[in-house]
Ligand binder design. Sequence first.
Ligand code: GTB
Length: 212
Amino acid sequence: MPPIITAFERSPDGGKGLARDTRVRWALEEVGQPYEVRLVSFQAMKQSAHLALHPFGQIPTFEDGDLGLFETGSIVLYIAERHAGLLPDDANARARAISWMFAAVNTVEPPILELVTARILEGDKPWSKERLPLVMDRIRDRLRQLSSRLGDADWLDGQFSAGDLMMVSVLLRLRASGILDEYPNLSAYVARGEARPAYQRAFAAQLAVNTR
Ligand code: GTB
């Protein structure tokens, strides 16, 4: 029985690949693991059957036999630990790749999510215009540091890993803001991630759902 993930019945982004099921699909594609998708509505996400899998009523979830997981970081790590291709064999390199996974969701993604909050959820507040530059500068701080670490390398630490998969997925959320273009090596890094055949298959699969 292949693992089953959940995804939006209809993603608010209309298939731009920004909903977080894309990173899980990408990981599964990288390791060649077939999977099934259960589509859920916003309403179904808040009901007990889904809440039993995801305490916060969100997507994606991941079911493998009688194991149920939530949180994309833990799902991608689970996939990467059980299949070859997303984590190096060398123990130290493996630990460093996992550090990059945590850095993506714990250090780089939070200010990016702040931008979404500032623009969309708080866009109509009187103080929103004043706050936006502060949020943008917090993102720039992180991007500058990341850009300097990446330098002219293709990937963050040697070969492509689950750390890059998570980092590229997080950075993709910034594309529409134009801020990524201020860091040409990061912009090229994201494009390299998107060009991977596994990403292309993951993107196409979520697009097919959202353009039915
Ligand atoms: N930390 C969790 C993880 O990494 O798994 C976050 C999961 C999460 O935020 N899930 C979102 C969700 O289920 C979907 S991905 N939201 C519904 C809810 O909370 O009620 C976030 C997302 C949503 C929409 C867009 N978009 O339209 O561009 C992009 C990303």
